[in-house]
Design a protein around this ligand. Structure first.
Ligand code: B12
Length: 504
């Protein structure tokens, strides 16, 4: 009897080996294929020569298809490199892209010869069905697979969206397929061995700027507390985890469902970090907060986005600037550090909004000086295939570059991989920024970052952080942000970590 074809699942390099965390996407997919297809995982974050490893693995034989996990931004470059190498050497091996980039840009993916199938949204069931169709030879079944984009002759076809599924909650993850799973638990601000973990799936909100909304379309599912209990116990026993970074898109969802999870966390008392919303935190009862304190929540990443309530309304954030201020006070009283992210320079009034945001940040720093601040540039992504939200389309059609020309999103993967579009995906630059505003944002970010070095930076020496903070203090105090040459120079010697790039 011949062995069934194996699937190679690849997480292309996106960060340094030191910052690598469990590649949850490929682990979940691998678990979902169990029983039908064997799978092998290659992780470019720990295997720095992952393209050679990939080619060697395929050359041995038995690999029926390759799945590549692709986030927009810098991972696109490594995803392209590995996919091209596979196509050149093994042209008959089907290459399937999945993840945030193909979910939004399936059309651009299929304009490239090295992507055969683009899977949009959650991948577990769609990948299974595509493998059945492709490896089982029933190519005609392709048109009935929800969540799949594919080529039919020279036509690109986007099948209907797949309905949200909680399938990923079943069973544990096959960590052993990572070779040495312990190396994924890094030293962070939270502890010596921080594990990356996802308890819930999705997010019930549909903020127009957020990639999560494109992936889950306003759906979420919280896991039973017993699953969290079991998994945390396992991470502790098996890998010696002493802290957890929750990757859930929105940890505190509804009170009824959150309290049982908090009870588990309070039991384990592993310092933790999570994504949260100001309204949810403000709605927690005193009992919930006592569990939060006991559980040792250290930091909550909260999308503050803007001080302007009309903008918050337009992007359907569902929270107000007042709630941001209230949650900062609440966090201070509860011993939690809020990590607040902002989107500056929206196209309606880039300069005005940016200046108001800087003022708002200064106000927050006065309330709770330990608040962490993440500054991003507002950069809405194109709508995914399928029925588009009219509000999103209206916003996108109004986008112009500095010369007033309508913004045209890239039509191919190669264009998305150009530096200016990588920066766009990473929210670090957009075509409507004037040079003046670009410098202003860079300068403010530099002065703020030096004046208040992030607590999550455990690698820079404390003397270095104190020196930079002292050097930046007069600029911050007198709002003299322009051309901070002495800070730029000092940072060449005292490197500060940027959590926007590497997270914790
Ligand atoms: C961990 C993480 C990182 C890590 C990478 C991992 C590591 N350290 O090893 C780091 C810190 C490097 C990172 C960086 C970035 N990240 Co990030 N990151 C995440 C995070 C928190 C968790 C990812 C995860 O493991 N999810 C759990 C898995 C199970 O879900 P999943 O990845 O979505 O996978 C499912 C589907 O996408 C699909 N799928 C995925 N891969 C594949 C492959 C195949 C073949 C198939 C069929 C399906 C499939 O099926 C999976 C199972 O259902 C997410 C938020 C989140 N909760 O997802 C943000 C997130 C993915 N990141 C995001 C972004 C934008 C970035 C950046 C590109 C930009 C930025 N500034 O944040 C940067 C790049 C920075 C830089 N300049 O280098 C966005 C993506 C949104 C978008 N539209 O692209 C997210 C959603 C955060 C957010 N709310 O905005 N990130």
């Amino acid at each position: 009897m011949t062995a069934p074809p194996r699937v190679l699942l690849i997480n292309p390099t996106i960060t340094s080996a030191r910052n690598a965390r469990f590649p949850l996407a490929v682990l979940n997919l691998s678990a979902a294929l169990d029983g039908s297809y064997d799978s092998t995982i290659v992780d470019g974050n720990v295997d720095r020569d992952f393209i050679s490893t990939t080619l060697r693995t395929i050359a041995v034989g038995g690999i029926g298809a390759v799945g590549v996990s692709v986030m927009g931004g810098p991972q696109l470059l490594t995803a392209i490199a590995v996919s091209r190498a596979i196509k050149e050497n093994f042209p008959r091996t089907p290459i399937i892209w999945g993840g945030h980039f193909p979910t939004i840009c399936a059309e651009a993916c299929l304009a490239s010869a090295y992507v055969d199938y683009a899977i949009r949204g959650q991948g577990e069931e769609t990948l299974h069905e595509v493998l059945d169709a492709v490896l089982g030879g029933a190519a005609s079944a392709l048109e009935s697979i929800a969540g799949l984009s594919w080529r039919s002759g020279d036509r690109i076809v986007h099948n209907k969206n797949r309905i949200f599924s909680v399938g990923a909650f079943t069973g544990g993850l096959p960590y052993d397929r990572l070779g040495d799973p312990k190396r994924y638990l890094g030293r962070t601000y939270l502890g010596q061995r921080t594990a990356g973990y996802q308890a819930a799936i999705g997010c019930r909100f549909r903020c127009t700027f957020c990639g999560v909304a494109a992936m889950f379309r306003g759906k979420t599912a919280l896991p039973p507390a017993s699953r969290l209990e079991q998994d945390l116990g396992y991470l502790k026993r098996r890998f010696g985890a002493d802290s957890v970074q929750f990757f859930d898109h929105n940890f505190f969802d509804r009170k009824e469902e959150t309290d049982p999870l908090l009870e588990v966390l309070a039991e384990h008392q592993l310092p933790w970090w999570c994504f949260a919303r100001s309204d949810a935190l403000l709605n927690l009862t005193e009992r919930s907060w006592s569990l939060v304190r006991k559980s040792r929540l250290r930091m909550a990443y909260i999308g503050a986005e803007s001080p302007s309530d009309s903008l918050l309304h337009d992007v359907r954030k569902g929270t107000s600037s007042n709630q941001t201020l209230e949650v900062v006070k609440l966090c201070r009283s509860q011993g939690v550090i809020p990590e607040l992210s902002f989107m500056v320079a929206p196209p309606q009034d880039p300069e005005g909004e940016t200046e108001r945001t800087f003022e708002f940040i200064r106000h927050i720093k006065r309330i709770h000086p330990k608040s962490e601040i993440m500054i991003y540039i507002y950069a809405p992504l194109p709508p995914p295939p399928g029925p588009a939200d009219p509000a999103v389309l209206r916003g996108l059609s109004a986008l112009r570059d500095v010369d007033g020309a309508a913004l045209a999103f890239p039509a191919s993967v190669e264009q998305w991989a150009q530096p200016q579009w990588l920066a766009y995906w990473c929210h670090t630059d957009v075509p409507w920024l004037t040079e003046r505003l670009r410098s202003r944002i860079r300068d403010f970010t530099t002065v703020l970052g030096c004046r208040f070095p992030t607590l999550t930076d455990i690698r820079s020496p404390s003397w270095g952080k104190t020196t930079l903070s002292a050097l930046a203090s007069w600029r911050y105090r007198y709002q003299r942000y322009g051309h901070p040459w002495e800070l730029d120079l000092s940072r060449k010697f005292i490197r500060l970590r940027d959590p926007r790039v590497s997270s914790l």
